[in-house]
Design a protein around this ligand. Structure first.
Ligand SMILES: [Zn+2]
Length: 281
């Protein structure tokens, strides 16, 4: 192992031990590193009939595909939700991340919607899932603020799927307005921010407020430029503004931040699990 890498490991361990507050910010790259990849063989193995019929190329862009009928849209989404939310289970990567911070005072903010933090046993009250969660449905127009667990429905859709369609009677309808429903994901302005969402948001803001002037350590994992305004830019801003804040960035593709933060940032472009295993030694 090269010396420069070991220095970063030692320094990071020291920062974690000394931190009064740790905020974990997680983007798509973290779940991809955990094996939850939206393209490649994982996609082609699970969506062959949809690829043939609609020319879909990966799960990310398929999420925005305009299916010709609700029966077809839900045939696709049932498998997408099931594969990424219900079939995965806890992963070694997220479990190692918990091990790294479990003795510290920490909070998680994530744009991931796959419940991986909860599955790895992170306490739900320490997690803010900004963009929603695959496991719930909402009214597509957000006419009311209730969310609906979709596990049983999704299983039923998959069991009854034929030629990329589900039976019409399984297409979900809003119990209030009778309109269409959507997975609870921030895909348009109708995203429902219910009481639980607001409570998580407040808890996160509170944690950040309390950390001001203290040793705040930011651990950022796999956050790219799809929605940089949620985690990446605020983390860079806090690093710049707070004298005692350091940023540890895990990012294979975009490790560099503003030059003003260079002295306060450590970047790892190595495989995240390998680094976590080393940090947990
Ligand atoms: Zn409605």
């Amino acid at each position: 192992m090269d010396k420069q890498y070991l220095n970063r490991i030692t320094y990071t361990k020291d920062l974690i031990n000394k931190a009064d507050y740790i905020v974990i910010g997680a983007g798509a790259g973290l779940s991809a590193s955990a094996g939850i990849q939206y393209g490649g063989q994982r996609f082609t193995d699970n969506f062959a009939p949809f690829i043939e019929k609609y020319g879909l190329t990966d799960m990310y862009t398929s999420g925005f595909y305009s299916f010709p009928a609700e029966e077809e849209r839900w045939a696709y989404w049932a498998k997408h939700i099931s594969l990424n939310r219900y079939e995965v289970g806890p992963t070694k990567l997220y479990e190692n991340l918990l091990q790294l911070v479990k003795k510290a005072n920490y909070f998680v903010i994530t744009t991931n919607v796959d419940s991986q933090f909860e599955l790895a046993d992170f306490p739900p009250e320490n997690i803010f899932e900004v963009q929603g969660n695959y496991g719930n449905l909402q009214c597509a127009k957000g006419c009311h603020h209730s969310l609906y667990d979709n596990k049983l429905l999704v299983n039923e859709m998959i069991a009854n799927r034929e030629n990329c369609r589900i039976p019409s009677n399984l297409v979900p309808q809003c119990p209030e307005c009778g309109g269409k429903m959507d997975p609870h994901l921030r895909i348009n302005p109708y995203f429902v921010q219910n009481e639980a969402w607001n409570k998580s948001n407040d808890a996160y803001d509170c944690f950040i407020d309390e950390s001001k002037g203290k040793n705040l350590l930011l651990l950022e994992f796999g956050v790219g430029f799809n929605t940089p305004g949620i985690i990446r830019y605020p983390f860079e801003q806090m690093t710049y503004q707070n004298e005692h804040t350091k940023l540890i960035r895990f990012n294979m593709e975009h490790p560099n931040g503003p030059k003003e933060n260079r002295e306060k940032t450590i970047a790892f472009t190595e495989d995240i699990l390998s680094v976590l295993l080393e940090l947990n030694k």
